[in-house]
Design a protein around this ligand. Structure first.
Ligand code: SAH
Length: 350
């Protein structure tokens, strides 16, 4: 059997071409596009002729995930384990912030990057997600919560820039006028630092916020926790961040996972402050500190609150603004990768 057409991954232009080939008038594309992005199935597209609905059911597929499990925390955070059509499991998290409802989505099932503190990468990459599967997470969660999502962070399972084309396509779809129309300024893409992809991204003219998972300010420490640093060391990474700011004018956000004894001492804070001042001179930056979430399979321990505060104070003295990431969803294992890992039957025999 041939694969069905992945219709939710289509731009409006591609959808027009597809439907024209199927003998439909051009105005149908807008109708179908709007229906698809409202999260409904073909049967619910009530203003389409029945024959077209039947044609679409037979020939196309809407690759929206379904809710496998969900965990609701007291602060309103909802952690989802989602199942893709081929059975792969991914995670998404719904969070309520003052600035709006936010979803954290996955870009890959598993992850090939091998960061030592992260649960998503424990069994490597299973496969990359399609644009429709990324968009489908937003539609599925919006539908399940009944709340409109206004912000997206690509900080779930996977490395978005390892799935570059599909990520960029998703960003264009989710921000499209006849789609969910979520402003690109309300979307953050987080990367472990694939330099050529950052350089390519800055040419796309997207206006998203770029988040860099830095986690260390010297190559030795960074390489020991993030293998990607061997290929793209800190100096190269920060040079590409600088180019990104110079072209886009967008402030860069740096993620710094604080691991007790590994990267959290006053010496590390000073080194980070000096590094950012020097390498990112003239570029506004923000540092997000996240005490590491302990992953059962890893030995890392989170820094205590006093250490985090001391770190913030040292950075402030050097003129770098840093905040501790607000912890939402405590008690529901909200950090990504852990749920997928523990639920995936393929993983449990090892
Ligand atoms: N691959 C992308 C996005 C996914 S991870 C990236 O590396 O940025 C989203 C963020 O969570 C990253 O900053 C990642 O380093 C961090 N993270 C992963 N595991 C963590 C853990 N156990 N505790 C705290 N932060 C973690």
């Amino acid at each position: 059997m041939t694969e069905k057409f992945d219709i939710l991954s289509c731009s409006e232009q591609e959808l027009t071409e597809y439907l024209t080939k199927a003998g439909q008038p051009t105005y149908r594309a807008k109708q179908v596009y709007k229906w698809l992005h409202s999260g409904v199935g073909f049967d619910e597209m009530t203003n389409l002729p029945k024959a077209l609905r039947e044609y679409l059911k037979e020939n196309a597929v809407i690759r929206t995930p379904s809710v496998e499990e969900k965990y609701v925390s007291k602060d309103g955070t909802v952690k989802y384990l989602l199942r893709l059509l081929d059975g792969e499991l991914i995670e998404a998290v719904f969070m309520v912030y003052n600035h709006g409802n936010t979803i954290c989505i996955s870009s890959e099932a598993g992850c090939p990057m091998g960061c030592k503190f992260c649960a998503s990468t424990l069994k490597g990459l299973s496969r990359r997600l399609t644009p429709s599967e990324m968009l489908g997470q937003v539609l599925c969660v919006q539908n399940d919560t009944g709340k409109r999502i206004s912000n997206i962070v690509m900080m779930g399972i996977g490395e978005p820039l390892d799935n570059y084309d599909n990520t960029v396509k998703f960003l264009r779809l989710v921000s499209s006028e006849n789609g969910l129309n979520i402003g690109l300024r309300h979307i953050s893409v987080s990367t472990c630092g694939i330099v050529p992809a950052i350089d390519k991204l800055r040419q796309e003219d997207l206006g998203i916020t770029l988040s860099i998972s830095l986690h260390a300010s010297d190559d030795e420490t960074r390489t020991s926790i993030m293998p990607v640093n061997k290929k793209y060391p800190i100096a190269q990474l920060l040079a590409s961040c600088k180019r990104y700011f110079e072209q886009t004018g967008r402030r860069i956000s740096f993620e710094y996972t604080m691991i007790k004894g590994v990267n959290d001492t006053p010496h590390h804070a000073q080194a980070l402050g000096d590094l950012l001042r020097k390498s990112m001179a003239g570029c506004p930056v923000h540092v997000n500190l996240i005490p590491v979430n302990t992953v059962k399979e890893r030995t890392y321990v989170k820094s205590d609150e006093k250490t985090v505060q001391a770190f913030i104070d040292i950075l402030a003295k050097k003129g770098i603004t840093a905040t501790r990431r607000r912890s939402l969803g405590s008690g529901i294992n909200a950090s990504c990768g852990q749920l997928r890992y523990s639920k995936n039957s393929n993983f449990s025999e090892q």
